[in-house]
Design a protein. Structure first.
Ligand SMILES: [Zn+2]
Length: 345
């Protein structure tokens, strides 16, 4: 995929948090039809670190991945870890200062340092640092989050342009994150002000599922309606197969979720052969089942192995089981994306 074409068609990105989609080689990943991955700036900042990442020629060279790489800004994780007191650190007007739980080293994540790390990773699609909060926040907190998010996005863009030459020199894309929690007017304001600064893509930030379990469709629509039509829209953290289809209808083209690979590792597999679309491979009923997970799936796992074999591997915690289930779940998602793309052209 040409970077300039990113987000022009539907794309699903699995999480390669530390430089690998867990249990898969880069070749196996490619064979699922995956064209882009998300890597985690915060984890890579701590290990192997910015200087080593640069010396290693960036993540694509490191993991021998020819596809597209999108990096998150590192903000979402560090803020939630600090807010939940799982990590020692402080969030401030300039970003966050925190201590690595592994090494005890201190780090500072600012709009500028986030861009520097994403550049060291060799990202194709960068994301600006945003001030993300937990769900159900008061208006005053949402206002502060929106104002910091806009300020930091502007600083990220300035730094990306002044130090690296911006999209023009690097060919990389810079996307921003729209915050505003459940306040429609704040979502609109954030979207409009970020649009005035100008980015290559607009990402829906914050929680996509409300307490009642429903997608926050009004908020998601407000972002689509108040950002430039021709720029890509990324529904961060969406989601379940049925949610992807709904959100795609609003105008979002880019998706990611940890569910696909996490479910695979827990033995929750997607299958159109089952009534509710899900097959729990650990169930005893599959111990002698010689059918593939999904009779219409063209993945390696379904072509070569039975439910019984995978049931056995997962039951005895055999690592190969995780590889086979991850291949299947990921391919299942990429087939949904392929069918969305066929419908829209
Ligand atoms: Zn399959």
């Amino acid at each position: 995929m040409e970077i300039s074409d990113f987000g022009k068609k539907f794309v699903f990105m699995p999480d390669a948090t530390r430089g690998a989609v867990r249990a898969l080689t880069s070749k196996q990943l490619e064979d699922t039809g995956t064209e882009a991955i998300v890597t985690n700036t915060l984890h890579l900042l701590m290990t192997p670190g910015l200087e080593k990442m640069k010396k290693l020629g960036g993540i694509k060279n490191f993991m021998n991945w020819k596809g597209t790489v999108l990096t998150d800004s590192g903000g979402f994780q560090v803020f939630s870890l600090i807010h939940s007191k799982k990590w020692k650190g402080v969030v401030h007007d300039n970003g966050a200062t925190f201590k690595s739980p592994r090494t005890g080293d201190m780090y500072e994540l600012t709009p500028e340092s986030s861009i520097d790390m994403q550049m060291a990773i060799g990202s194709d699609v960068l994301v600006t640092l945003d001030d993300c909060r937990s769900t159900n926040i008061e208006r005053i907190e949402a206002e502060e989050s929106v104002s910091r998010t806009i300020d930091w996005a502007s600083r990220c863009k300035k730094h990306f342009e002044e130090k690296y030459g911006g999209t023009k020199e690097t060919g990389k894309l810079l996307s921003c994150v729209v915050q505003g929690a459940n306040f429609l007017d704040l979502r609109k304001k954030c979207a409009q002000e970020l649009s005035a600064i100008g980015f290559d893509g607009y990402n829906f930030g914050g929680f996509v599922i409300a307490d009642n379990g429903e997608l926050v469709l009004d908020e998601m629509r407000a972002v689509i309606e108040n950002t430039p039509k021709e720029k890509f829209k990324y529904a961060m953290g969406v989601g379940k197969p049925e949610d992807i289809k709904i959100v795609a209808g609003l105008g979002y083209k880019v998706f990611d979720t940890v569910l696909v690979t996490r479910n695979a590792r827990h033995g929750t597999l997607y299958s159109n052969d089952c009534e509710n679309g899900v097959l729990r491979i650990k169930n005893a009923e599959y111990s002698l089942d010689e059918r593939p997970i999904d009779s219409n799936c063209d993945c390696y796992t379904c072509q070569k192995h039975s439910r019984a074999y995978i049931h056995h591997l997962i039951k005895v915690d055999e690592v190969t089981g995780l590889t086979l289930t991850t291949i299947h779940n990921l391919r299942y998602y990429q087939r949904i994306i392929e069918s969305l793309n066929q419908q829209s052209y």
